[in-house]
Design a protein. Structure first.
Length: 249
């Protein structure tokens, strides 16, 4: 039975799908891949609290929106994809509230988290990737390929499935590009991904024509037209504001 059929709360289920890839690869959170992949809903709830990246955003979103559960579906969806309830939050209220939580954890290694970053802030994953993580600060130093690759893989990418062949899928999507001055998205190009990894798939019945989300080369789930539009809008907003910051350096 699927997690939906088991009656999992939608927010908990979505959190597990989107957090799984970077966690399984060792990039985000403690080693909880097995929990996210096959644990119970209560196990995933407990695991989510140990994510030093996503969890503070969800806590702040819950506080500022008045929604009691940080893993409420509306909040989880808004964090990973942008738009929704998070788009209603004042960035200048959100950013200091976020720093109150992550600042003591970050210490002097995150000295780039200055007050002026509030103009770029948004309570979603795009801001975490492009604003909070340090990788954009390494662009323009003559070795752009590695930071650009990290940024492109860490953001949530949207695309359309072109074909399915065996246990692989071809997705048409836009990659992250850097021209030395600004971050943009490329034209659509094909990307071949595995449907299964570690005996797990977020979309085991993926089919041609599906709109899908991709995180670290793994499928996270299908996207509705509304979700795809929200993700595209939040990504383009973040790239525009991040590029403005980089131009001032």
């Amino acid at each position: 039975m699927t997690r939906d059929e088991l009656g999992w709360p939608r927010g908990v289920e979505m959190f597990a799908r989107y957090a799984y890839a970077p966690n399984a690869l060792g990039y985000c959170g403690p080693p909880l891949g097995a929990t996210l992949r096959s644990g119970s809903a209560d196990d995933v709830r407990a695991a989510a609290r140990r994510f030093s990246g996503a969890w503070p955003y969800l806590k702040v979103l819950a506080r500022l929106t008045g929604i009691a559960d940080p893993l409420d579906y509306e909040l989880v969806e808004s964090y990973w994809l942008g738009g929704g309830r998070g788009a209603e939050v004042d960035p200048h209220a959100f950013y200091p509230a976020l720093l109150d939580i992550i600042g003591p954890q970050a210490g002097h290694y995150w000295s780039h988290l200055t007050p002026d970053l509030a103009d770029e802030a948004s309570p979603n994953h795009n801001f975490h990737v492009f604003g909070v993580y340090p990788w954009t600060r390494f662009l323009g130093r003559g070795m752009d390929e590695h930071p650009l690759g990290v940024l492109d893989n860490c953001r949530i990418t949207w695309g359309t499935v072109v074909s399915v062949s065996g246990e692989r899928v071809e997705v048409s999507c836009r990659r992250l590009a850097w021209d030395g001055r600004a971050l943009t998205l490329s034209e659509h190009s094909p990307r071949v991904l595995d449907i299964w990894a570690d005996g797990y798939s977020a979309v085991p019945d993926v089919a041609a024509g599906d709109r899908v989300a991709v995180h670290w080369d793994r499928l996270c789930g299908r996207l509705s037209p509304r979700q795809m539009a929200a993700l595209a809008e939040s990504t383009e907003r973040q790239l525009r504001l991040t590029s403005q910051r980089l131009a001032r350096v």
